[in-house]
Design a protein around this ligand. Structure first.
Ligand SMILES: Nc1ncnc2c1ncn2[C@@H]1O[C@H](COP(=O)(O)OP(=O)(O)OP(=O)(O)O)[C@@H](O)[C@H]1O
Ligand SMILES: [Mg+2]
Length: 233
């Protein structure tokens, strides 16, 4: 049984986000309340345009809410200025996006190493960690390839390795298989499931994929700016 602290590893309270547009104020999130237990894997579903990416950006400190609060491991993200938020993201949060955002001028190995170097790890340690992770995602023999010399699925696996290099407590994945064919997408889903089980990494994944959602501990559905839990297993 989790302690209360672990049940509320990630806490969102009355999170709102609106955007000023030429047609007026667009209220995307209108009061999201969410508790995520440490080590759980949660799917966020909902129609296109409902605000899943907006929510993941806010939960990961890439964007700030217009209302409400987010706490991760009891740290209030709103208390951090931009530079401490950037350092916090690099240390504690792994992002996997639909588009991988690998740096084109660097090899797969270097792309994975960069967040560790930013954290201050020495080069040999960063290299060692990155090689182990590339092995885990089955890419040892592609480590010296640049992104444009890798397939889409390989690029996405490099992005997963990069997200893990600093051993973050939480992974936020936004349609991670959106650009992949079915088989490659399924392999990526298994990789996320395995990570969640083997390392007890907390994972939130926005997805339209029913199988991936079914493999999660909980599925929550974003609708009309609010979150409603669908089921608990
Ligand atoms: N910077 C912005 N300025 C204005 N509107 C925005 C901005 N970012 C997002 N939106 C709007 O907010 C809404 C939610 O967008 P978001 O990308 O979060 O949706 P989503 O649920 O992730 O959709 P999808 O499933 O298609 O990825 C959309 O209507 C979008 O146009
Ligand atoms: Mg999205």
């Amino acid at each position: 049984m989790d302690t209360i602290g672990n049940d509320r590893f990630l806490q969102a309270r009355e999170v709102g986000r609106s955007f000023k547009t030429s047609e007026g104020l667009l209220e995307v999130l209108k009061g999201v309340n969410l508790d995520v237990a440490k080590g759980s894997m949660i799917a966020i579903t909902g129609e296109s345009g409902v605000g899943k990416s907006t929510l993941l950006h806010i939960l990961g400190g890439l964007d700030r809410p217009t209302e409400g609060t987010v706490k991760i491991d009891n740290e209030l993200l709103a208390n951090k200025d931009e530079s401490s938020l950037a350092a916090y993201r690099n240390r504690s949060i792994g992002f996997v996006f639909q588009h991988h955002y690998l740096l084109e001028d660097f090899t797969a190995l270097e792309n994975v190493m960069i967040p560790a170097l930013i954290l201050g790890k020495d080069k040999s340690e960063a290299e060692h960690m990155s090689e182990l992770l590339l092995k885990d995602v089955g890419l040892t023999d592609r480590k010296n390839h640049r992104p444009n010399q890798l397939s889409g699925g390989e690029q996405q696996r490099v992005a997963v390795a990069r997200a893990l290099v600093n051993d973050p407590g939480i992974i936020l994945a936004d349609e991670p298989s959106g650009n992949l064919d079915i088989k490659t997408g399924e392999r990526l889903h298994r990789l996320l499931n395995d990570l969640n089980k083997a390392r007890a990494t907390t994972i939130l994944v926005a997805t339209h994929n029913k199988d991936l959602a079914a493999s999660c501990d909980r599925t929550i559905r974003l609708a009309d700016g609010c979150l409603n839990e669908i089921a608990e297993s």
